[in-house]
Design a binder for this molecule. Structure first.
Ligand code: SF4
Ligand code: MG
Length: 333
């Protein structure tokens, strides 16, 4: 059977004053029901833009999908009639954003906003919709939901507001949720709670979940697979287990080394030298070569394809074999 979501060779460009920004350059990934894919990258890596193209919320113009397919249960949304496309995106997919305060309506109570989902999409009566709203708030573990259903977004803490966003996303029981930096604005303890909640709900509803983040540490416990993006490309795609055990791309190694560790307190955190390239001037060859500790002459001229490292695992590094070899724990060699 076809994947829940199957993105194939997607290209997105932005026409800017400085020229064409190549935000997404041949991205392919798939997510099945009951599965969590983490999409990891620095800002400007194309991880959010890819998701926006999937959801149909690209800022367009100036953004355009210039190639590829976005298949939902086998149907290419880019080719579907606008009506059909809206129906699928409205009812079967939902998105959670980083900033709940700006995504929620400040002058409507949370109960009214949650209830509206049922009134508008399912023609439910206000009273019934309100009861559903309370149910949803309980689902996302908001304490004393019944007495808080009339409260406004600003009356909730950041973590609780994020739960309300999750409740909004869940209301129509979508098949796919895309969460873009859902916990970035929260403090570390609350981050973990919200992540756990998302993971629990994903299992309970058997949804596909895409978690977009710049923080490898946040997704380690909840994702099945990770796609690492750089300059609009996926540079490594692997199971969480394989990727943590031994990355097959130097950029992934750099990201792993940038995670703060408790046993390294006080030590300076390794950060990848330099900055990601401008998307209007992506370097030739391997886009990572100006920053790569393993780069050699070939890397500046020869663009690496997606090499198959193992079944279901790819790396866009010419030297993935030696990268992997150097990474493997000694007892595995
Ligand atoms: Fe580094 Fe070359 Fe591999 Fe690119 S292809 S990641 S520059 S070693
Ligand atoms: Mg983003």
């Amino acid at each position: 059977s076809p994947a829940l979501l199957d993105v194939r060779d997607l290209y997105v460009e932005f026409r800017t004053r400085d020229g064409v920004a190549r935000a997404v350059n041949g991205v392919s990934y798939r997510v099945d029901a009951g599965e969590t894919l983490a999409v990891l990258g620095e800002s400007g890596s194309g991880k959010s833009v890819t998701a926006q193209a999937v959801m149909g919320i690209l800022d367009s113009p100036p953004g355009f999908v210039t190639g590829g397919e976005i298949r939902f249960r086998g149907q290419d949304l880019l080719q579907a009639a606008p009506e059909e496309r809206r129906r699928i995106r409205g009812a079967r997919m939902a998105m959670i954003f980083q900033d709940a305060l700006s995504a929620l309506n400040p002058v409507l109570s949370v109960g009214a906003q949650l209830g509206e989902m049922y009134e508008v999409h399912q023609g439910m009566k206000r009273k019934d919709a309100r009861a559903k709203a309370v149910e949803l708030m309980e689902r996302v573990r908001i304490p004393a939901a019944r007495s808080r259903v009339g409260d406004y977004p600003h009356q909730f803490s950041g973590g609780m507001r994020q739960r309300i966003m999750i409740a909004m996303a869940l209301a129509l029981e979508p098949d796919l949720i895309i969460a873009d930096e859902p916990t970035t604005a929260l403090d570390v303890t609350v981050q973990a709670q919200v992540m756990d909640l998302l993971a629990d709900l994903q299992r309970e509803y058997d949804m596909g979940l895409i978690l977009i983040t710049h923080d490898l540490g946040v997704v380690a416990d909840v994702a099945d697979r990770i796609a690492v993006m750089y300059a609009g490309r996926i540079v490594e795609h692997a199971s969480v287990h394989d990727l943590y055990r031994a990355p097959a791309h130097p950029y992934t190694r750099g990201l792993l080394d940038s995670i703060p560790r408790l046993d390294q307190k006080g030590q300076e955190l390794y950060a990848i030298k330099g900055l990601p390239p401008s998307l209007t001037a992506i370097p030739p060859g391997c886009p990572f070569h100006p920053r790569c500790p393993r780069a050699r002459d070939r890397c500046a001229v020869d663009r690496p394809p997606q090499y198959d490292v193992a079944p279901g695992r790819t790396s866009a590094c010419h030297f993935w074999e030696e990268t992997l070899r150097d990474e493997e724990p000694p007892h595995d060699r």
